[in-house]
Design a protein around this ligand. Structure first.
Ligand code: ATP
Ligand code: MG
Length: 158
């Protein structure tokens, strides 16, 4: 379905805003303009829920989550940054593998199966996008994904 990603993203963040702990601050850096994408809303909600849940789960000391969405060329780049525990350099790319959990001792207590990001990758790729992460251990993590923008169409033929 054709969706303005910006309002869709706001609605998901609103849901986390209502349930979050006081030591987590949500910072939205989202444009006021519309950005139309063609998505399966349920599946995309699953992707974003996991990314945001991870950002909170792996930020035991709290901190700011920053949400960004920017248009460049024919795609939208979306990111979620946290100030949590981060991921060691050599492990960052593996977090998208099935059942991979970066720190077994710590993440065992935090719950989960290690499937969330593997499913997210499948869903994003099925939408013709990419997903990746950048992280610094002890500093925080940013998860990025892209989605193709729907070209402007209909009405104005100029
Ligand atoms: P599930 O999502 O299936 O409940 P999970 O959160 O452990 O379990 P993924 O979402 O696939 O699984 O994430 C895989 C691993 O990547 C996590 O176990 C964690 O080690 C690491 N990880 C993911 N996001 C972050 C983050 N924001 N900060 C630090 N580590 C992260
Ligand atoms: Mg997860």
């Amino acid at each position: 379905e054709r969706v303005n990603f910006i309002t869709f993203f706001h609605n998901i963040i609103d849901r986390f805003e209502m349930n979050k702990a006081d030591d987590i601050i949500l910072n939205r850096q989202l444009p006021n303009s519309e950005s139309y994408v063609w998505i399966d809303k349920d599946k995309m909600t699953q992707v974003i829920d996991n990314i945001i849940s991870n950002a909170i789960k792996y930020s035991p000391g709290g901190g700011t989550l920053t949400f960004n969405a920017a248009k460049n060329r024919n795609k939208l780049t979306v990111s979620v940054s946290d100030e949590g525990m981060g991921i060691a350099q050599e492990k960052v790319d593996k977090i998208f593998d099935r059942f991979y959990r970066a720190d077994k001792a710590r993440s065992r207590n935090l719950g989960g199966t290690g499937l969330g990001l593997a499913i997210a990758k499948e869903i994003i790729e099925a939408h013709h996008g990419q997903i990746w992460a950048e992280s610094k251990e002890g500093k925080g993590t940013t998860v990025y994904f892209t989605l193709p923008l729907i070209k402007r169409s209909g009405g104005d033929k100029r």
